[in-house]
Design a protein around this ligand. Structure first.
Ligand code: GZL
Length: 330
């Protein structure tokens, strides 16, 4: 409905411009009146929270990109609650925004509200995380990271790092339960280690991507296991908390326990350079410009690719260029 109104408005402007040109009504001394500025696209964005430096960097990227792109951003922070995201999406529908984008905190439970958006003719884009649905038409596309590939990269580093170890005991501090990054980073890591029986995952606990919980998780793991060789942590925030716990019991992170983490925030890169972290798998939050490009295309009725993945790398102790790395933006 909204799109019909917009298209009618634009057609009217285009028709007027053509008529002026064809009938020579446009003042000869000047070019035809420039097309009326296209109506500013209104994007409703539901952010899942502000649980980590990654998330704060992601929000900043989106807000700054909206300004650059001339997109009117309606931004809602759900503070880690799915019901608040659903409420925000309903408010965007009521306001008849042109496009809705959101980072779903978990994968399930979106069909009803996205069915309402579809009924209202508003395209919905998932960013950063994905949803689990039988009706693929509820979403027009995804932009973000390939978390399964990130998990495999983490495993690939460990295979190289532990090549000479006869037995490798691993503990995992995972992200928010039932979130896409938690599921896929775990799966990719395990698939990369394959059936190599030298690798044992002693225990996996969820730290919900929070630094405080990462510290609590590691305190518990250290109490229950005296033979930990590796920590695989699904985000830098939890890793920073875990390192506090490791040092509190007199162990040296990066030496007594190999540390593999995901995100690539500045604090983690600094600890990599200091030898307290062995591998940082990059997961960039800087997808704001791409989101705005897609929102403008969708508002103009253009089609977009179904999946757009960020280009990401791995930083590790094997790199020789760590000193030359530019400052991270999160
Ligand atoms: C990954 C993102 C995750 C980050 C965490 O794209 O969803 O959520 O890895 C963040 O830091 O909390």
């Amino acid at each position: 409905m909204k799109h019909c109104k917009r298209l009618n408005r634009r057609l009217a402007v285009a028709l007027a411009a053509c008529l002026m040109l064809l009938t020579g009504c446009a003042p000869q001394s000047q070019p035809a009146a420039p097309m009326q500025d296209a109506k500013q696209v209104i994007l409703g964005f539901s952010q899942l929270g502000s649980e980590s430096s990654w998330r704060i960097g992601n929000t900043k990227s989106i807000q700054e990109a909206a300004k650059r792109a001339g997109v009117q951003l309606m931004y809602e922070n759900a503070e880690q609650k799915q019901e608040k995201q659903i409420k925000a999406i309903r408010s965007f529908i009521a306001y008849q925004v042109d496009v809705i984008a959101f980072s779903p905190i978990v994968e399930d439970g979106w069909d009803n509200v996205l069915g309402e958006a579809k009924q209202a003719g508003i395209p919905v884009l998932t960013t950063d995380r994905r949803i689990n649905t039988a009706d693929e038409s509820l979403i027009v596309g995804f932009v973000g990271s390939d978390f399964y590939a990130e998990g495999r990269r983490a495993g690939r580093f460990l295979l190289a790092k532990a090549a000479d170890m006869a037995q490798v005991n691993i503990v995992e501090i995972s992200g928010t339960v039932d979130s896409t990054p938690m599921r896929e980073r775990a799966l990719g890591f395990r698939d990369e280690l394959g059936g190599d029986t030298r690798y044992t995952i002693l225990e996996s606990v969820s730290g919900d991507f929070l630094r405080s919980k990462g510290k609590e998780c590691m305190q518990g793991l250290l109490k229950r296991h005296s033979d930990i060789d590796v920590l695989y942590s699904h985000n830098d925030g939890m890793t920073l908390g875990a390192i506090e716990a490791i040092e509190a019991v007199g162990l040296t992170p990066g030496k007594d326990i190999i540390i593999i983490t995901v995100d690539g925030e500045q604090a983690a890169i600094d600890l990599l350079k200091a030898g307290k972290i062995n591998c940082v798998v990059e997961c960039t939050p800087l997808i704001g410009d791409k989101i705005m490009e897609l929102a403008n295309k969708l508002a103009a009725g253009e089609s977009i690719p179904r999946n757009i993945y960020s280009d990401e790398r791995v930083f590790s102790e094997f790199d020789t260029d760590l000193a030359d790395l530019p400052p991270r933006e999160y």
